[in-house]
Ligand binder design. Structure first.
Ligand SMILES: Nc1ncnc2c1ncn2[C@@H]1O[C@H](COP(=O)(O)OP(=O)(O)OP(=O)(O)O)[C@@H](O)[C@H]1O
Length: 122
């Protein structure tokens, strides 16, 4: 039990590090909060919540892995190195794919409801 609590402590240390040092991670957290608030406000269905939660977790996990690999790359190759650059570029590509997935998921779920809302208000 003590070991489990210790492991959670290390994990939270990692989350704190990512939040404190990575502006992109903070932006994703804010967008995730907005998506959850929109979900409540627009009364989305259970299956839609599952997609939103999947998209949020996917983006945050990829961003955390990107931060970890970036840190490891800086440790292994602090000087300019073409391969180090490639590693970071590929990881940045993964973040873009995850963010696009989340964007499309958000549009598919929220946009029709927002359009209906605007039409009703007009
Ligand atoms: N050691 C290196 N050798 C060669 N190119 C590098 C190196 N470090 C960074 N680069 C290049 O600079 C880009 C930006 O790297 P950097 O470490 O600044 O990431 P970042 O822009 O801060 O990423 P993030 O916004 O996710 O934190 C990389 O994608 C890569 O093309």
């Amino acid at each position: 039990m003590k070991r489990l609590i210790r492991s959670f402590g290390f994990a939270f240390k990692g989350l704190r590090y990512a939040t404190a040092t990575q502006p992109n991670f903070r932006i994703h957290l804010v967008l995730a909060f907005i998506a959850v608030m929109l979900g409540f406000a627009l009364h989305i269905a259970f299956a839609e919540w599952q997609w939103i939660m999947l998209a949020i977790a996917f983006v945050l996990v990829i961003e955390l892995l990107n931060t970890g690999i970036e840190t490891l790359t800086d440790l292994v190759s602090p000087d300019y190195n073409e391969m180090a650059g490639r590693v970071k570029d590929v990881c940045a590509g993964a973040v873009v794919i995850a963010a696009l997935f989340a964007l499309v998921t958000g549009i598919v779920i929220f946009l029709p409801k927002l359009i209906l809302l605007v039409r009703h208000a007009a």
